[in-house]
Design a protein around this ligand. Sequence first.
Ligand SMILES: Nc1ncnc2c1ncn2[C@@H]1O[C@H](COP(=O)(O)OP(=O)(O)OP(=O)(O)O)[C@@H](O)[C@H]1O
Ligand SMILES: [Mg+2]
Length: 246
Amino acid sequence: MSVIAIIDESERAELATNGTWLSRSILHDLRNPLAAIYAAAEVLVDLDLKPTEVKRLATNMYCAAGRMRNLLANFSRLASGNGSSAEICDIRDVILAASEAASAGIGNHGIEIVLDMPRKTDLPLMRSRLECVFINLITNAVEAMPSGGQIHIRTKTAGDYVLVEIEDTGPGIPPGIRDRLFEPFVTSGKRDGLGLGLALARQTVLDHGGDMWTESAAGARFVFRLPLKRQQRFGRTGDLSGHSPM
Ligand SMILES: Nc1ncnc2c1ncn2[C@@H]1O[C@H](COP(=O)(O)OP(=O)(O)OP(=O)(O)O)[C@@H](O)[C@H]1O
Ligand SMILES: [Mg+2]
């Protein structure tokens, strides 16, 4: 698998620190729900389906369109200088919604998502942004496993934090990009990868007062922690420089 640097270092730094990342992140995050709507509409047009199947596809379209609406509302708040609003959510609901949304966007790739979330865990979250974190991580795992595989998602509390682990049974992170994995515009082995999914995911976690990292495993293993109580820097959006403030 070859490493493709989409743009050079100086251009990347400039893109990451000016407003361009906002428009790129809109482009990035809208792709998944749009793919779900397109796929469902294509099946509805091409096939004669039973009423229950039509209802399922229509539900997928309705949910994906709702996510697009939330994302656009979120971005319009950010563009006008206001942060996203936080709400108390059980993280399991966010993960379930993201798993369903990601599944609707990718179709059947022989992927099994295994959830291990034993306890209800309420914490303050910018819900639609956190959902995108999970969708980005799940989508990456799916893209890394074209012949199918498993994605394990576990949650547990550790002190004042909830720890989330997402591990897949794919080939793991390509060695050539491991050091720069969370930097924007770093992508490898994809025809249309923007190299933004992980940078945006980690920035969202930082904006919640948490952090995200990788750990060694047979496949790829991402871990992040989120504070159970509201943090002071909550809701701010950082510069996507790829460097942790912690
Ligand atoms: N679960 C994974 N297994 C293997 N490689 C991964 C995994 N997740 C990410 N990667 C690698 O990290 C790179 C960066 O991921 P990132 O999501 O930031 O960008 P992308 O997927 O290439 O593009 P996009 O902006 O469309 O998401 C990917 O191109 C891929 O090579
Ligand atoms: Mg990605």
